[in-house]
Structure formats: structure tokens, C-alpha cells
Write a protein that binds this ligand. Structure first.
Ligand SMILES: Nc1ncnc2c1ncn2[C@@H]1O[C@H](COP(=O)(O)OP(=O)(O)OP(=O)(O)O)[C@@H](O)[C@H]1O
Ligand SMILES: [Mg+2]
Length: 459
């Protein structure tokens, strides 16, 4: 028995060991209504982002997340199908400190938006777990980010030479459907000199996931890659989670000092998933059916890529953007162009004439090129663009035979060089062309047209 010399509070404390531990009350609510994918629950309070379990008819737990509220009513979105859920079903809020497997064992694996493996290589060793991090939690002070000063070799001649990509740069790959975005991403995955490649296949066809892994990546490519796949038939929440997971995995490797190439196919599907959720919980649509929150979420995702603090690695990212009906003014394309550090545009016209990769050099730009390549290189690539532009401007006249050679020196040059310029852009799916070769080839065309001076790949 405790001594009577102790104070009252100390005596009470010592008696606690004789009493049974308090049982935490289980708070739960009920499902009121389901409209489309949105579930409305009442009877408990939970914050936005709180995971919940909805108990279905067979006693199975379905995972959902709080995405909004109105008074005492909570709006939830399911992670998977809600088949079997009925009115009055129990809704139990879960702890928010759920952890994910984010470690070096992810290399060579294909996982879903919840971090679970979907390949047949068994479970992933979970010796290193990390909490799910939001964009706010991983935000880097812009003044502490290392500047973009070095070139990243992506193994594509036209990009290496004419749209040079810097380590830590975020680019958009803009094109209509079926113009070759996925094939180009696949080539970069195999050919890049980055240490790790993280691929997010978001909202695209399920068939393409297997195709991408087997054909585009291949066994060799997969060894240094992590693929996060959430095809179109999955819930919008799952697609959002997959995009965020791909970004968090890229951050993990960047913080280990690695140069990471993050490929996200596609940013448009990410925006559409965000649109589905926002509309479902009652946010009014603004531009082309997209509610304003979509445009706020895009930079949050994109800002996760880029260079880390000085001394850590880099995340160079390519986000594909579907330009519906080849309309570059599409609101998502427009917004993406404003927040990215450059864009590679693929042209349907080139693809239709069998020119692959169908990179429209005139329309594409790397906004960091002046800080990563030297002046001679810039002079060459500008001259290349001028000649192409001159040819396209006068193409109709040339084609109908109305242009008379000798009328304009610049057009004569464009006419003479055009076949070589077009040849330069083309590249076979199975051939890599690294930076040094790309530059030598660009030099061999441009030497005669510019002041000859030996360029260096990077400063
Ligand atoms: N480099 C290439 N060489 C030869 N053919 C190519 C090349 N790139 C693309 N193609 C052809 O174009 C087709 C469509 O390419 P891809 O699937 O990459 O387009 P996409 O822009 O990703 O389309 P979507 O928007 O529908 O996803 C391919 O199936 C292939 O036939
Ligand atoms: Mg595609």
C-alpha cells in the first residue's frame, strides 16, 4: 500500500496500477447517402484527409477518405469500389498516421496507389516505413533549393540538342492523343543517365501498364525504376494518391543524393481525378468544367519535383499533358505551361507523316537552357529553329513551285538544309543518342552556318 506521507495526487497515481486501463471509446458514424461516388456520413467529426472504414453488408471494411464537409455532414470518397455498401452502414474514422513502404527495395517493382505490389514478385520488405507526406509537408524553401546548372542526358537527340533539359527541371510533354507521348517517355526511361527513374502511370489504359513495363521499360530499364500505376478504372482518389506516392518516392531517392527522373503520364488525368472529386462534393465548375481547386492543386504536385536543398539530389520531371483536339489553349495545358520550366510539344502533323519522335521543335522550349549550356550551343539551336521556321513559312509556296530559287538567301538555305534538319529530329525507338553525340551531330549541320566554336555540354 502506498505510504500516507505522499501527497494526494501522488497517492492517486500510485493506485492507478491497481485499476484496469481505460478503454478508448470507439467513435463511429453512419452512412446517410451515396450519390455517385460521394458518401455522406453523420455522427462523428473528422478532419479533411482522415481515413475511414465503411463496413459493408458482409462485414468487410472499405477504405474511404474525408474530402469535405457541410455542417455536421461529412463527405467521403472511397478508395476502391463501394459495391455492397448500404444506407446506415457503420463509418469508423481511422488513425491518420498510416505508413507506406518507401525504401530501396522498391527498385524494380510495380505498385499501386496504396503502395501495394501489383507485380508477381511477392511482398516488399518493410524494414523502412515512411508516413504519407502531403505537398505542404515536403515543401522546400525556394531560397534553399539548389539552382539548375547541369544537363541531364535523356538519350533523345532532338531533346538533348535542341531542348536541353537541366537536372531539377520540370517539363511538360504536350500532345493530342496517340501522337507518341507514352513511347517517348518509354525511350527516356531506358536511355536516361539518371540514377533512378520513377514512373507514375495515372489514369491511362490498364492495357498500357503491362505494355509499358514489358516493352518500353524492359528488364534492364525496370531494374532502376519504380512504377506506380493507377489506371483509368480506379477511383479518382486512388489516382490522386498514386500521383502523390510517385512524387514521394522520387523525393526519397532525391534526399539520398540521387538524380531522379520522374515521369508522370498524365498530368491531365490527375487534374481530371481532382475535378471528379471537387464536383462530387459540390464545388462549382469554372473553366471548361474544372473547379478552381484543380488549378490550385496542380502547382502543389509539380512543386514537389525539382532540385532539393543544396547538397541533395535532383528530381527532373516530365508531365504529359493531353491537349484535347490538339488545342494548346486547353485550361490544363495553359495552366501547366505557366507552372512548368519548359515544354516539349509533339505535333500530330509530324506523326502523321511518320516522323517519330514527332517533336515540334519550333513550339518547344526549355526555359533553363541559358543556365545549362554554353552560348555556342544556344546559337546553333536557335539557327536550327530559324531554318525550320523559314522552311515551314514558305512551304506552301515551295510546294506549288511559286518560290524561285535565289529570291531569298535564307529560304534557299532552309530549302537546302530541311531534309537534314528533319532527319536530325527522327530517332528509332531502340536507339539511344547521348548528349555528346547529339551535340556533334548538331555541330556537323550547323558548323557551316554559324561561327565555328567548340561547345561544351554543360557549364
Ligand atoms: N517513336 C516512334 N516510332 C514509331 N512509332 C511510334 C513512335 N511513337 C509513337 N508511335 C506510334 O504511335 C502510337 C501511339 O503512341 P503513344 O501510345 O505513345 O501515344 P500517346 O500520345 O501516349 O497516346 P494517348 O494519348 O492515347 O496515351 C504507337 O502505338 C505507335 O504506333
Ligand atoms: Mg499514352
Amino acid at each position: 500500500m502506498p505510504s500516507t506521507d505522499l501527497s494526494l495526487s501522488e497517492r492517486l497515481k500510485s493506485y492507478q496500477s491497481f485499476t484496469a486501463p481505460a478503454v478508448e471509446p470507439v467513435v463511429e458514424g453512419r452512412l446517410l447517402r451515396v450519390i455517385g461516388l460521394t458518401m455522406e456520413a453523420v455522427g462523428f467529426h473528422a478532419a479533411i484527409g482522415c481515413p475511414c472504414s465503411v463496413i459493408d453488408d458482409h462485414g468487410e471494411e472499405l477504405e474511404a477518405e474525408v474530402v469535405g464537409f457541410s455542417g455536421d455532414k461529412l463527405f467521403l470518397m472511397p478508395v476502391k469500389s463501394i459495391q455492397g455498401v448500404r444506407s446506415g452502414a457503420r463509418v469508423i474514422p481511422q488513425k491518420t498516421d498510416k505508413k507506406l513502404i518507401i525504401n530501396q527495395h522498391l527498385l524494380g517493382r510495380v505498385i499501386d496507389g496504396l503502395g501495394q505490389p501489383i507485380d508477381d514478385l511477392g511482398s516488399i520488405p518493410n524494414d523502412d516505413l515512411a508516413p504519407i507526406k502531403s505537398a505542404e509537408q515536403t515543401r522546400i524553401n525556394p531560397l534553399q533549393r539548389a539552382p539548375i546548372v547541369e544537363v541531364l542526358d535523356v538519350g533523345i537527340r532532338a531533346i538533348n540538342a535542341l531542348i536541353p533539359v537541366g537536372k531539377g527541371q520540370r517539363l511538360g510533354l504536350f500532345a493530342g492523343s496517340g501522337v507518341g507521348k507514352s513511347v517517348l517517355l518509354g525511350m527516356m526511361t531506358r536511355f536516361t543517365t539518371a540514377d533512378v527513374v520513377v514512373v507514375g502511370l495515372i489514369g491511362e489504359r490498364g492495357r498500357e501498364v503491362k505494355e509499358f513495363i514489358e516493352h518500353s521499360l524492359g528488364e534492364e530499364g525496370l531494374k532502376r525504376a519504380v512504377v506506380v500505376a493507377s489506371p483509368a478504372d480506379e477511383s479518382p482518389l486512388m489516382r490522386l494518391r498514386a500521383s502523390q506516392l510517385a512524387s514521394q518516392i522520387a523525393e526519397y531517392y532525391r534526399d539520398q543524393g540521387k538524380d531522379v527522373l520522374l515521369l508522370m503520364d498524365s498530368l491531365t488525368r490527375y487534374a481530371q481525378a481532382q475535378r471528379e472529386i471537387a464536383l462530387a462534393i459540390g464545388e462549382p465548375p469554372a473553366t471548361k468544367g474544372y473547379p478552381p481547386s484543380v488549378f490550385a492543386k496542380l502547382p502543389q504536385l509539380v512543386e514537389r519535383a525539382g532540385n532539393g536543398k543544396v547538397g541533395s539530389g535532383s528530381i527532373t520531371a516530365f508531365y504529359t499533358v493531353l491537349t484535347e483536339g490538339d488545342d494548346l489553349q486547353d485550361p490544363i495545358a495553359d495552366s501547366a505551361r505557366a507552372i512548368l520550366d519548359g515544354h516539349v510539344v509533339l505535333s500530330r502533323q509530324l506523326a502523321e507523316s511518320g516522323i517519330y519522335p514527332a517533336i515540334d521543335v519550333e513550339m518547344s522550349i526549355s526555359r533553363v537552357m541559358t543556365s545549362i549550356v554554353d552560348k555556342t550551343h544556344i546559337k546553333w539551336l536557335q539557327r536550327f529553329k530559324q531554318l525550320l521556321a523559314n522552311y515551314y513559312k514558305n512551304r506552301d509556296l515551295i510546294n506549288i513551285g511559286a518560290y524561285i530559287k535565289g529570291s531569298d538567301n535564307e529560304v534557299d538555305l532552309a530549302l537546302e538544309y530541311f531534309p537534314r534538319l528533319q532527319q536530325f529530329i527522327q530517332q528509332d525507338i531502340s536507339d539511344a543518342v547521348y548528349c555528346d553525340v547529339s551535340l556533334l551531330e548538331l555541330r556537323s549541320i550547323m558548323d557551316a552556318l554559324c561561327v565555328p566554336e567548340k561547345p561544351a555540354a554543360s557549364k
